[in-house]
Design a protein around this ligand. Structure first.
Ligand code: FNR
Length: 431
């Protein structure tokens, strides 16, 4: 007997609910998902989450690169039973899909990361916790364990200018059960993001997305030192109506009682400290070489786009890379991540794991990524749109829909296992 497979189970759920007059809570195609999310999100949230770098041309390049490849289905190959399972760093996973790390999720929903962790644990696919998350990693891990003990989770690191903070974050990641650390390399500085700039809006300046820091012992130590230094100097912050509003927001978004936060210097010093130390533009290959001595976790480099950098990552002995242009949020006019994958995968040639993200919206997109040599794909904005529309269930359903479509695409293209999908499955059709 064969099981119906994830794709058909998901279709049945949706069509059965339809018989009772219920429509899916999140649209099942990306264009409508995006439109629906826009309607419920604030201007600031939309600018930060949907926005990209410069004129948005890297975001377009991500989609163009996918469109240049066409799936060429094969027929009559008995696809009644299919497997999407993969192995990543010693773990069996139900599908080659992960939740990308997304910072400042509080813009879309309070305690965003806890809800997304819940969603990922329900599906059993890894959630990569952002270093700029909106909840301490320990709280997210606890929620995931409540849903499914040992649910897969990774930690994404932004390399701070303070090495002790890096060590502290890594130690916490190990303790909360991370299965890997993804070091993001493409954001040593924030890209030029007109949507945010035009609103003068930087979430972190309002205390949104700094929870991994304010919950960290080393970070709070740095803040305490700075508060002492400022108190000694007699400096007073400049006050305006706008600054007061920002202060209210910081007081709401940092740990502790709101009123106390409003009057004490720690919260605003925490924000200032975060902005100064969260990332290090001098980051280089020597730092990565030294990372092995700092953590026992598998190391994954996120943001690799050049085959020479991929080769160097292999030579350095890291465990994996994520081919990514950060969803087109960093360098405008950059190469589409699928175009980069097509040049990188042959160079890596299976030596380490290759993941990809940026512009992956559907199961068919994931299929193309696998065909071009990826071991798995990560999903960023789509799960945030689901979160904005329907909380944890929405984030879960968006990714479940992508996995369902992947399962159906796999079978309908004539494959029974994701392991068998290779470059024979696609053809370059233009450009
Ligand atoms: C991101 N991304 C990101 N990456 C990272 O390593 N750490 C982070 O904190 C964030 N924060 C973040 C916030 C928002 C709002 C977005 C949209 C993205 C990048 C993310 O991990 C991933 O690379 C992209 O989102 C993938 O592109 P798509 O799926 O959004 O097109």
């Amino acid at each position: 007997m064969t099981t119906p497979g994830f794709g058909r189970i998901r279709q049945n759920e949706i069509y059965t609910a339809g018989i009772h007059g219920r429509k899916p809570r999140v649209p099942t195609d990306h264009a409508e998902l995006e439109r629906a999310a826009r309607r419920v999100m604030s201007d600031r949230a939309w600018a930060y989450i949907a926005g990209g770098a410069g004129e948005g041309s890297t975001m377009s390049a991500n989609r163009r690169a996918l469109d240049r490849w066409a799936i060429v289905p094969r027929v009559l190959r008995d696809v009644s039973s299919r497997s999407m399972e993969i192995e990543l760093f010693g773990q069996r996973l139900p599908a080659p899909v992960l939740f990308s790390p997304v910072g400042a999720g509080a813009l879309a929903a309070r305690d965003a990361d806890v809800h997304i962790g819940h969603a990922a644990a329900e599906l059993g696919v890894p959630y990569i916790f952002s270093n700029q998350g909106s909840a301490p990693m320990e709280s997210v891990a606890a929620e995931m364990d409540r849903v499914r003990a040992g649910a897969p989770r990774w930690f994404q690191l932004y390399w701070s200018t303070d090495d002790d903070l890096v060590d502290s974050l890594l130690e916490r990641a190990e303790k909360m059960g991370a299965n890997a650390v993804a070091v993001t390399l493409d954001t040593t500085m924030l890209g030029w993001r007109p949507q945010d700039l035009n609103l003068g809006s930087l979430p972190f300046a309002r205390g949104e997305g700094i929870d991994q820091y304010t919950s960290d012992p080393r970070f709070t130590e740095i803040v305490a030192e700075r508060v002492r230094a400022v108190a000694g100097s007699g400096e007073r912050p400049e006050l305006s109506l706008g600054a007061l509003k920002t202060l209210f927001s910081i007081a709401r978004n940092t740990p502790g009682a709101w009123l106390k936060n409003l009057t004490s210097p720690e919260p605003r010093t925490a924000v200032q400290t975060f902005l100064e130390i969260y990332s290090r533009p001098s980051l280089n290959w020597d730092d990565i070489a030294g990372l092995r001595d700092r953590t026992s976790l598998p190391i994954v480099l996120k943001g690799v786009l050049h085959p020479d950098d991929a080769r160097r990552a292999v030579d350095l002995g890291v465990d994996g890379i994520i081919v990514s242009n950060h969803g087109g949020r960093q360098v405008d006019g950059a190469i589409g991540s699928i175009d980069a994958l097509a040049t990188i995968a042959p160079v890596v040639d299976g030596a380490i794991k290759v993941l990809v993200d940026s512009g992956i919206h559907t199961g068919a997109d994931v299929f193309k990524a696998l065909a071009l040599g990826a071991d798995a794909a990560c999903i960023g904005r789509p799960h945030m749109y689901g979160l904005a529309l329907a909380g944890s269930d929405g984030a879960r359903d968006v990714v479940a829909n992508i996995i369902a479509e992947l399962d159906l695409t796999l079978g309908l293209a004539g494959y029974t296992s994701v392991d068998d999908v290779d470059s024979e499955a696609v053809q370059r059709v233009s450009g």
